[in-house]
Design a protein around this ligand. Structure first.
Ligand SMILES: Nc1ncnc2c1ncn2[C@@H]1O[C@H](COP(=O)(O)OP(=O)(O)O)[C@@H](O)[C@H]1O
Ligand SMILES: O=c1ccn([C@@H]2O[C@H](COP(=O)(O)O)[C@@H](O)[C@H]2O)c(=O)[nH]1
Length: 201
């Protein structure tokens, strides 16, 4: 199995890049694991307590479960990937049966902060977009798709997201094998990754 890790700050376009890669490859050949599915289970907390969690700090992620699942996939085992609700700020309680594929992509803001996870990745990619571009995209997306309002996005951005990005996420660029500039849609970079995957398939 070829494991590709795709990191980068919120709104840089990780999910969009992954979808573009998947769209043009044969159905079912490439599997995706989202770091978001591995936010720690916070069912024991009230909604108000969950809202105040710092979701941009590495300790918010259940890296033990995530790395265990990636190792299982590498060992050709099926896993039960948790499902996550951004609206509830918690796992839904459901899981998706995820089968090992020849190529698996793991994507998320913090995946390159974890040394064990980095070692599992055969190719490490960092998607870069400028912070103003990312904030604009995040505002539009979170208001349209994740049940947020202007005040929620900007308050989280100032209080946790921006400082965590500077402290934990941006420095992981140095671990990347490939950095994709993504202020604009980068068709050439997506084609290069698609070709690497097509060779493996
Ligand atoms: N290169 C790009 N140019 C303009 N908008 C983009 C680009 N890449 C992604 N977007 C948009 O920005 C928003 C965030 O992108 P997304 O892929 O969800 O980012 P991430 O997964 O890194 O948080 C989405 O609404 C998406 O359509
Ligand atoms: O319950 C949650 C969990 C996370 N977030 C925010 O999501 C982003 C990461 O997702 P991207 O798709 O990469 O943007 C992170 O910045 C968290 O702040 C959330 O709002 N609620």
């Amino acid at each position: 199995m070829l494991l590709i890790g795709i990191a980068g700050g919120t709104g840089c376009g990780k999910t969009t890049v992954v979808n573009k890669i998947l769209n043009e490859l044969p159905d079912g050949e490439v599997g995706v694991i989202s770091q978001d599915s591995y936010y720690k289970d916070t069912t024991h907390l009230s909604y108000d307590e969950r809202v105040s969690i710092n979701f941009d700090h590495p300790r918010s992620i259940d890296f033990d479960l995530l790395t265990r699942h990636l190792k299982d996939l590498k060992d050709n085992k099926v896993i039960e990937q948790p499902m996550y609700s951004f609206v509830k700020h918690n796992r839904t309680g459901d899981t998706i049966l995820t089968h090992p594929r020849k190529v698996m992509i793991v994507e998320g803001i913090l995946i390159l902060t974890n040394p064990e996870l980095r070692d599992l990745c055969d190719i490490k990619i960092y998607v870069h977009a400028d912070s103003d571009e990312r904030l604009i995209r995040r505002l539009k997306r979170d208001i349209a798709e994740r049940g947020r309002d202007l005040d929620e996005v900007l308050t989280r951005y100032q209080n946790t997201l921006k400082p965590m990005h500077t402290q934990f996420i941006e420095p992981t660029k140095e671990h990347a094998d490939i950095i994709i500039p993504n202020n604009k849609h980068n068709i050439v970079a997506v084609d290069i990754i698609k070709n690497i995957i097509a060779q493996k398939l």
